[in-house]
Ligand binder design. Sequence first.
Ligand code: 3NM
Length: 212
Amino acid sequence: MSLALPSRLYAIADPGEGPRGATEIVRRLLDGGARLVQLRWKSAPSRALLAAALECRRLTREQGALLVVNDRVDVSLACDADGVHLGQEDLPIAAARRLVGDRRTIGISTHDLGQARRAAEGGADYVGFGPMFATSTKATGYAPRGLDALRALRREVSLPIVAIGGVRADNAAEVIAAGADAVAMISELTSAPDIAAATRSLLDRLDSTRRR
Ligand code: 3NM
């Protein structure tokens, strides 16, 4: 079942090595108008992650925003998130689906057409696709895919596509124009001095972007 994305912005709260905690980032993203938020905190012990996820759940509910938890099906279920986002090395979709059921969203990170096709056939609700451009946030092991690869993917896959990796305010419009349903961003927002203001201005820009 494909996810109806509530926004062209898929904002990822990843505290990384930065000064702000995950829940503080989520609060600021929501203040700026984000309505689709992923909690991504790879280094967190399970308890700290769950505590953050529960708080993020409370905050996203208050704003009517969707919450997706990265990597962790268990934490996604335990905080009653709207979905889980899985990488190629995480639980296979079929196993995740058995756990989360049909009402929750499963997103899959993909890096080429074959992976995206398999994700669609396997029952993913949306696919991530990247890295679009060079990024230092994650060592993906893949060269930047670029806009042509995104256009090719768009022709092949009818599921919502969330483009990720090196997406910034100044290239987000061309990523949407090339066929992404939403753009996912980490550093562009989390390293902004004022996360809420950066989110707000990005959303304004995306609103006025023409689709394909
Ligand atoms: N996944 P930034 S690229 C988490 O290609 C992640 O699947 C990617 O961070 C992929 O917005 C990436 O700071 C990092 O470039 C995105």
